[in-house]
Every structure is written in C-alpha cells, then in structure tokens.
Write a protein that binds this ligand. Structure first.
Ligand SMILES: [Zn+2]
Length: 50
C-alpha cells in the first residue's frame, strides 16, 4: 500500500507546466467541458494534444 503521493520521480507534477513556446508558467483555465486545463495566457498554447 503506497501512502506517499509526492515522489521525486513521478509523471504527476504538482507544479504547473511551462509553455514550450513562451517559456512562461501556464495557468489553469476552465475549458468548454467545464474541466480545468492548463493553457498559456501568452499564446494560448493548449496542454496536451487532443
Ligand atoms: Zn505560450
């Protein structure tokens, strides 16, 4: 049973991603589906390819 949720080497990142285009920290925005998604406020770079 693993109770540690914060591991140094994990795909799950607590910190927001960085825009690969601008290099700025992406912000959480509400998408059309009402869910939170990370997106760049500078260029609107979407997080993930879907
Ligand atoms: Zn950007």
């Amino acid at each position: 049973m693993t109770r540690h949720r914060r591991r140094p080497n994990s795909d799950e990142d607590d910190r927001p991603p960085i825009c690969p285009a601008c290099g700025v920290t992406m912000m959480l925005t509400v998408g059309d589906d009402g869910e939170l998604h990370y997106s760049c406020l500078e260029c609107g770079y979407p997080d993930g390819d879907g």
